[in-house]
Design a protein around this ligand. Sequence first.
Ligand code: DX5
Ligand code: ZN
Length: 218
Amino acid sequence: MKLIAPSILSADGGRLGEEIAAVEKAGADWIHIDVMDGHFVPNITIGPAIITSLRKTTALPFDVHLMIDQPENHIESFARAGADIITVHVETANHLHRTIDSIKKLGKKAGCSLNPSTSLTQVEEILPDLDLLLIMTVNPGFGGQQFIKNTLAKVANARKMIDTRSCRTILEVDGGVNLKNIADISLAGAEIFVAGASVFGSSDYAATIKTMKDIIKC
Ligand code: DX5
Ligand code: ZN
């Protein structure tokens, strides 16, 4: 399974519903929604109320990436707002197992994300419980940043870790994914490709997503 998940962080914020419809028509598989709190990351974005409204605009899965401190206090709100996958950062969760468990108990897929400087060993014990592992390939906080090259080896190591343990965890990559590097990221073993600026900054969403899909399906 190889899928493209456009991040609406780089979409036109005044027309989010239309932008989601446009990428859906253009072939997007998931909608990646970046939630930032101004504490864990130096930026603030949207919360459950906006997601509730956006939920009415599409049936595509909502891949909600929580870049917030104390995510355990907000899991229920995001689940109720219509998230399908809820991903928390390992750096923010004091009791990661409990948080992952609570996401699953709400009937949602549970993911865990790692900053570029965080070691994969941090998720070794919880890997069998994760539906999704998200490797950040930029420092979280902003769209349109450059892919950090050293993280490619980490993606390959994450792939190995998942396969060696025969886990069913899906491997997602987020940050700086574009038409030039998506082949290498795919070869490293990623399955879900978050793409913000490279999709919403392009003049033809359909052509960009199709080219990405042609590359990753090779
Ligand atoms: C960064 C976010 C990303 C970001 C990706 O903190 O988690 O999802 O929007 O955007 P691009 O693809 O532009 O790097
Ligand atoms: Zn993200």
